[in-house]
Design a protein around this ligand. Structure first.
Ligand SMILES: NC(=O)c1ccc[n+]([C@@H]2O[C@H](COP(=O)([O-])OP(=O)(O)OC[C@H]3O[C@@H](n4cnc5c(N)ncnc54)[C@H](OP(=O)(O)O)[C@@H]3O)[C@@H](O)[C@H]2O)c1
Length: 295
């Protein structure tokens, strides 16, 4: 075990924290994950923070160590690469981690056929595959230690299909279902799992997904509320916006939710060919049996 690992385990073991002493936070270089890291540091957790942009992680580690006196280790990792995830799991084997916050993830928007399939598959790797891979390793450790907590990022979009974001919504439906099942299975073994399903949050998400969010809430509305609900609830919709949107859907059939959220998504998506697609469809004139797209 490295001196660094010994030091981080030792520094944080002094405090009594429900899921302590250490938390592993993925997606900590921006948005929701970064706010989780800040909130956990405020509560006295030592941290292992993960994302690809190591400069941002280093800056956050410095900020948290000086503001809260907690130990923070930076582990850069591209979670779309299963071998890098495996390496992350190996590296963290000697850390006494009691809490996983799996916040790394991203979305796409716009016509499904215009987004490269590689991007969609990469998104499944980051949003789903890596989450399962890391959750599996952590769950085994938590079962051995008889306690632990997991925060998995779902979304408002997880509860119905959504046009112009079909694959992203499906990745979040996967996480929502995964979290619900894990919660039921692991609870008797002292492990708490929560699905966190926010509405629109101002973060790096919109830029990467090529969206313009008309309404959004700051990322800070997510972390404290979710951590407070862990162990008490299976799903949380943090923030007034998520709660208001959910309330407006109450009693609505699933197809109705799809219709409304698809319209909202179409208004937010900035995909360059969105208009082009509908124009082509509308102006195609007489029916033809010729294949349009020879793939
Ligand atoms: N913002 C919203 O409106 C919203 C709503 C509901 C749910 N969510 C979910 O909340 C989670 C966090 O999103 P956010 O809003 O905080 O977005 P964000 O500001 O863009 O942050 C995304 C984080 O994920 C990391 N990440 C992305 N791809 C990665 C990769 N291949 N390997 C490692 N790390 C990667 C990014 O780090 P690097 O780029 O440095 O790698 C970044 O730290 C996501 O799962 C998202 O689906 C967001």
């Amino acid at each position: 075990m490295s001196d660094n690992v010994t030091a981080i385990n030792h520094m944080t073991r002094r405090r009594s924290l429900k899921y302590g002493p250490l938390a592993l936070v993925t997606g900590a270089s921006d948005g929701i994950g970064r706010e989780f890291a800040r909130e956990l540091a405020r509560r006295g957790y030592g941290l292992i923070i993960v994302a690809r942009r190591s400069d941002r992680l280093e800056a956050l580690a410095e900020e948290l160590a000086s503001a809260h006196g907690v130990a923070v280790d930076v582990l850069p990792c591209d979670l779309s690469q299963p071998d890098q995830v495996e390496e992350l799991i190996r590296t963290t084997a000697h850390y006494d981690i009691g809490l996983l916050v799996a916040a790394a993830g991203y979305g796409t928007s716009g016509p499904f056929t215009r987004i490269p399939v590689e991007t969609e598959l990469d998104m499944i790797d980051v949003n789903c595959r890596a989450v399962v891979q890391i959750s599996h390793a952590m769950a085994k450790r938590f079962v051995r230690r008889g306690s632990g907590g997991m925060v998995l990022m779902s979304s408002l979009l997880a509860f119905q299909g959504v046009a112009q974001s079909a694959n992203y919504a499906a990745t979040k439906a996967f996480i929502q279902t995964f979290a619900e099942g894990l919660r039921a299975e692991l609870r008797p073994q002292g492990i708490d799992v929560i699905a966190c399903a926010p509405g629109p949050i101002a973060s790096g998400f919109a830029t990467r997904a090529n969206l313009v969010m008309g309404m959004s809430q700051p990322a800070s509305v997510v972390a404290a509320a979710t951590l407070n609900a862990l162990g008490r609830r299976g799903t949380i919709r943090p923030g007034l916006l998520a709660k208001a949107l959910e309330a407006s859907f109450t009693g609505m059939p699933r197809w109705g939710r799809t219709l409304i959220l698809s319209k909202i998504m179409a208004g937010m998506a900035r995909g360059p060919s969105r208009k082009e697609d509908s124009d082509t469809a509308l102006s195609s004139g007489k029916p033809s049996l010729n294949p349009v797209d020879p793939i």
